[in-house]
Design a protein around this ligand. Structure first.
Ligand code: ATP
Ligand code: MG
Length: 399
C-alpha cells in the first residue's frame, strides 16, 4: 500500500478496535488503482459521527448532519463519513435527509459512478460490489445502477461524469451517455456554485477537449450559464489545443472565444459565481490579451502588465495564434527583469521633491509630472537617480 494509506491505516484500526467498520473509499481508492497521485484520503465508517467523536480526541464538525467529521491525526486531517443511504431526493438535488446505516455495500450503492464505489480496508483488500475495477480497466464511466434514476436523484452527477472524462481520459458507458442527453435540463435545479466547481475541474483536466465535446453533443451546454446561444463559438473554444494553462487563463480563453462584448464579461463570470477577486484577475489578463493581439510588448506595456500577466497573456497569445516560440517566455522574462524599475515607489523622487524644486503647492500637476518621469525612466530616457531626474526636469522646463 502507498504511504498516504499507510499513514492513515491506524485511524481505521482505532475505529475497528472500537467495534466498527472503516474503509478507504472514493477518489483516493480510484486514483490509487489507476496509479495516479492521490490527494485526500476519504474514510467511510459504520460508526456514527458521535461515535467517531468519542473515539478521537481531536475532531472538527464540518457536516455532522451529512455524517462527516474531520479527524485530526498526526498533523493531518481526514474526512470520516458515516455509511449512509440517500433516500427522498428533493428537486433533483441532494437528498432531503440522509440516513446513517451500518452496511458498507449500501453506502457504496449510493455513490455516483462504479469507479467511485470501490472500498479498501486497511490491509489493502478491495471491496468492489459494482465492478468498479473492471470499469477502471475498460476506462469507462458508468453510474452505479440505472443512470436515468441516478441523474434524477442528483443532476450534478451529470457534470461530474463529464469532468471525470476530462480528468481521467475515460469514456462514458452508453446508457449513462444517453441519460446525459436526455436529462441535461435537470441541471437547472442545481446550484451554480456546485456546477462551477465541476466545470473548473473539467477545464483543468488533460482531456478537456473530449469532455467539452460531450457537453456539446449531449446538449448539456445549453443549461450552463451564458452558453445557450453560443454553440458555434463554444465549438471554437473546444477546438483550441493547449497544455499547461491555469484555470484563470482558461476562463480568459473561453470569454475570448465566446466573443463577449466588454460589458458582458463581468455579468457572464458572475453568473458562474466566480469570486470578484477571480473576476478581476480574469479581466486583467483579458485586457492584456486584447492588447497583445495587436501589439508587440514594449518596455512600457511590460511595466504596467507585470510579469505574471505577461506570462499568462503570452501563453494565450501563442494558443490563439499558433505563433508560439517556446523561448519566448524566457526572453520576455529577461526583458522584464531589465526594466530599471518595476513599481512606481521605486522611483528615486517623490511628489514632495517636485513641490520643493518648483516651489509650488501640490495639485494635479504633481501626478502628471511623476507619470512622465516614470515613463521616461521605464523606457530608459533618464536614469532613476534624483540628480539626473532634476537636471532632466530643468532642461525640459527650459525648452
Ligand atoms: P476528486 O479526486 O476530485 O476529489 P472524488 O471522486 O473524490 O474526486 P469527491 O467530490 O471528493 O470526488 O467525492 C468523494 C466521493 O463521494 C466520490 O468518489 C463518490 O463516491 C461520492 N460522491 C461525491 N459526489 C457524489 C454525488 N453527487 N452523488 C453520489 N456520490 C457522490
Ligand atoms: Mg475527493
Amino acid at each position: 500500500m502507498i504511504q498516504a494509506f499507510q499513514v492513515a491505516a491506524p485511524i481505521l484500526a482505532k475505529i475497528e478496535e472500537a467495534g466498527f467498520e472503516a474503509y478507504f473509499v472514493g477518489g483516493s481508492v480510484r486514483d490509487y488503482l489507476l496509479n495516479k497521485d492521490i490527494h485526500d484520503v476519504d474514510i467511510a465508517t459504520s460508526a456514527t459521527p458521535l461515535e467517531i467523536k468519542s473515539i478521537f480526541p481531536k475532531t472538527i464538525d464540518v457536516g455532522i448532519e451529512h455524517g462527516t467529521v474531520v479527524v485530526l491525526y498526526e498533523n493531518q486531517s481526514y474526512e470520516i463519513t458515516t455509511f449512509r443511504s440517500e433516500s427522498d431526493y428533493e428537486d433533483f438535488r441532494r437528498p432531503a435527509e440522509v440516513q446513517f446505516i451500518r452496511s458498507l455495500i449500501e453506502d457504496l450503492q449510493r455513490r455516483d459512478f462504479t469507479i467511485n464505489a470501490i472500498a479498501m480496508n486497511r490491509n489493502g483488500d478491495i471491496i468492489d460490489p459494482f465492478n468498479g475495477r473492471d470499469a477502471l480497466e475498460r476506462r469507462m464511466i458508468a453510474t452505479v445502477g440505472i443512470a436515468k434514476e441516478r441523474f434524477n436523484e442528483d443532476a450534478l452527477r451529470m457534470m461530474r461524469a463529464v469532468r471525470f472524462v476530462s480528468q481521467l481520459s475515460f469514456s462514458i458507458e452508453s446508457s449513462t451517455f444517453s441519460a446525459l442527453s436526455d436529462y441535461g435540463g435537470l441541471l437547472r435545479e442545481i446550484a451554480i456554485e456546485r456546477i462551477s466547481t465541476e466545470f473548473e475541474k473539467l477545464l483543468k483536466g488533460t482531456n478537456r477537449k473530449q469532455a467539452l465535446q460531450i457537453l456539446l453533443e449531449t446538449e448539456i451546454y445549453k443549461y450552463l450559464p451564458g452558453f445557450d446561444t453560443k454553440k458555434d463559438k463554444l465549438q471554437m473554444f473546444v477546438d483550441l489545443s493547449d497544455s499547461n494553462l491555469k484555470v484563470e487563463e482558461l476562463w480568459v480563453l473561453l470569454i475570448y472565444k465566446l466573443n463577449l462584448a466588454k460589458k458582458d464579461i463581468e455579468p457572464f463570470l458572475k453568473a458562474w459565481k466566480l469570486s470578484m477577486k477571480t473576476i478581476k484577475g480574469i479581466e486583467k489578463i483579458f485586457s492584456w490579451l486584447e492588447y497583445r493581439m495587436n501589439h508587440e510588448w514594449t518596455l512600457e506595456s511590460m511595466y504596467y502588465a507585470k510579469i505574471d500577466s505577461i506570462f499568462s497573456t503570452e501563453k494565450l497569445y501563442n494558443v490563439l495564434t499558433g505563433q508560439g516560440n517556446p523561448n519566448n517566455l524566457d526572453d520576455l522574462k529577461q526583458e522584464y527583469e531589465s526594466l530599471p524599475i518595476k513599481e512606481r515607489n521605486e522611483m528615486d523622487i517623490t511628489g514632495t521633491d517636485l513641490m520643493e524644486w518648483f516651489q509650488l503647492a501640490g495639485g494635479p500637476w504633481v501626478k502628471e509630472k511623476l507619470e512622465s518621469i516614470e515613463k521616461a525612466i521605464i523606457i530608459g530616457e533618464i536614469e532613476n537617480r534624483k540628480e539626473t531626474i532634476r537636471e532632466w526636469l530643468m532642461r525640459c522646463n527650459l525648452s
